[in-house]
Ligand binder design. Structure first.
Ligand SMILES: Cc1cc2nc3c(=O)[nH]c(=O)nc-3n(C[C@H](O)[C@H](O)[C@H](O)COP(=O)(O)OP(=O)(O)OC[C@H]3O[C@@H](n4cnc5c(N)ncnc54)[C@H](O)[C@@H]3O)c2cc1C
Length: 303
């Protein structure tokens, strides 16, 4: 069971840092969809905290905007916004594809993107899509009364299961990632059942084609839930970028990824699924970008 002495709802970053300073051992929360099950279902035993600091009412942690070729998204943005926010739908549709398979409507309204990253579950579904978007996270701390920020790539932020670069007293402020309106996208996820499920394998693919609509000019594939941290498949990205893809080339790429499975459980299942997901998501993302390989003549070569 979770018990606490104080439940604090700061309205500004300064108030949040005040609260954390006044109550050593306090815990932050945003949507509490990880925090509550962690405390309630006995994983952490009985938890008593001096204070809970609810970040959800701090305006500086919300909002979605565009700054040139990058999108800024506050840490307390709910997962539901990934599906419904017009700017995200247009500039980063892969996030909507990923949110579609995330929990259910109620959890998506409550759960936040920041919570998903700080919780750093290997099965965190937003991680592969955000990694593929070259996301940086901005962290804030207060020193001598001044709020200081640092920005780190998401690829460095998550260190392992439940471990991140976040230092005690630091707050995840926002995410910044590439605006990619012209990329075809695909997101794949599988778990023990069809819905409300923790990923056993998940994967995000983004692809851009040249003016002819046939050659790949940019490819990003990131995988999650098959190891301690999400990963980009840089070798597959390099292999296919600059080529005119064929069904055989996609199959060949898929055959190269089995060794990326590092989870200790369900290894052979995960290997098979990962390989199938790579092939299927490449085909789906290419089709989304306008290249339907099933209709291509056989003589188009992988060059
Ligand atoms: C029924 C159910 C289904 C779920 N399904 C999925 C799913 O399909 N896919 C998936 O990936 N996850 C799923 N989850 C897990 C959870 O919903 C997500 O990880 C969610 O994004 C966590 O966000 P939150 O705001 O609720 O985090 P919280 O529980 O509020 O916080 C999680 C951790 O992050 C810290 N934290 C939060 N925000 C900040 C911040 N801005 N700065 C510093 N620290 C912060 C908190 O202190 C805490 O340690 C599910 C959970 C439930 C209960």
């Amino acid at each position: 069971m979770l018990t606490f002495n104080h439940y604090l709802t700061p309205k500004s970053l300064d108030e949040a840092f005040d609260a954390l300073q006044r109550h050593p051992g306090a815990r932050m929360l945003a949507g509490a969809t990880d925090l509550l099950p962690w405390a309630r279902e006995g994983r952490a035993g009985d938890v008593h905290l001096p204070a809970l600091v609810d970040l959800s009412r701090i305006a500086a942690l919300g909002g979605v905007s565009q700054d040139g070729a990058r999108i800024r998204m506050g840490a307390t943005t709910p997962i539901a916004a990934l599906q419904h926010h017009p700017l995200l739908q247009q500039q980063a549709p892969v996030l909507g594809a990923c949110a579609l398979w995330f929990a259910d409507d109620q959890i998506r309204e409550q759960a936040t993107v920041g919570g998903n990253l700080v919780n750093a579950s290997p099965a965190g579904d937003t991680q592969p899509a955000l990694l593929a978007l070259n996301t940086h996270v901005t962290l804030a701390r207060r020193e001598s009364g001044r709020i200081l920020e640092r920005s780190v790539p998401l690829s460095e932020f998550i260190l392992g299961p439940s471990r991140t670069l976040l230092q005690p007293g630091e707050i995840l402020l926002r995410l910044e990632f590439d605006a990619l309106p012209d990329h075809g996208v695909a997101f794949e996820k599988v778990g023990h059942r069809r819905s409300l499920v923790i990923s056993t394998v998940c994967l995000a693919t983004l692809v851009r084609l040249d003016a002819t609509g046939k050659r790949i000019t940019d490819l990003r594939i990131a995988i999650g839930a098959v190891g301690p941290v999400p990963e980009r498949l840089a070798d597959i990205e390099d292999l296919l970028t600059g080529t005119v893809p064929t069904p055989a080339a996609l199959r060949d790429a898929a055959g190269r990824v089995a060794d990326r499975v590092r989870s200790r459980s369900r290894q052979s299942y995960r290997r098979e699924v990962l390989s199938n997901f790579v092939e299927r998501s490449l085909a789906a993302a290419l089709a989304h970008a306008g290249l339907d390989l099933t209709r291509l003549p056989k003589e188009i070569k992988h060059v």
